[in-house]
Design a protein around this ligand. Structure first.
Ligand SMILES: [Fe+2]
Ligand SMILES: [Fe+2]
Length: 168
């Protein structure tokens, strides 16, 4: 194993562990029963991926919570229709990285197959509207628009008051 390969594998191992946290946290967040069940299965897969890579690196790593928290916040803001396809892209993006290592680390083949399936699953889940959690972005956008309009209105009133004062 080259230094470069080890570095890449450790980074991937960490990514898989962070993925476990992310899918578990999402499973706890979503109200859609199908999504919840699917996320628990995806978390288990990512855990297995981390274990496969750990056999090669021989390094024990801890899952981080930062990505899980960020993705959960994004779930609330964006909603699944926007977020899941973005997540699918990350799943598919892992494939060429593992392909490059597959010849020297053959057990990665099963991981590659899983990541493709994960991406497909996320796309499928994005279409399922059962017990949909309402995304917050339209409310956030509306609040920003109201804030901008309020500021504009206050300016107009101030100018108007100033003009009236000049007249007196
Ligand atoms: Fe994975
Ligand atoms: Fe995955």
């Amino acid at each position: 194993m080259t230094e470069e390969q080890k570095k890449t594998l450790i980074k991937s191992q960490q990514g898989e562990l962070d993925g476990v946290e992310t899918y578990l946290m999402l499973a706890d967040t979503v109200h859609n029963p199908s999504d919840r069940k699917a996320f628990k299965l995806l978390a288990a897969d990512e855990g297995r991926h981390a274990a496969v890579i750990k056999k090669y690196t021989g390094t024990v790593l801890k899952p981080g919570k930062l990505q899980a928290r960020a993705v959960t916040i994004l779930y609330h803001i964006l909603g699944k229709k926007i977020l899941y396809p973005l997540m699918a892209r990350f799943e598919y993006d892992a494939i060429p990285k593992y392909r490059a290592l597959e010849r020297d680390f053959p057990e990665l083949e099963s991981v590659i197959n899983d990541e493709k399936r994960h991406g497909d699953t996320l796309h499928e889940l994005a279409k399922n509207g059962e017990e949909e959690d309402i995304p917050k972005w339209p409310f956030i956008l509306a609040a920003i628009m109201i804030l901008i309009r309020t500021v504009q209105l206050v300016r107009i009133i101030r100018k108007f008051v100033a003009k009236i004062r000049q007249l007196h």
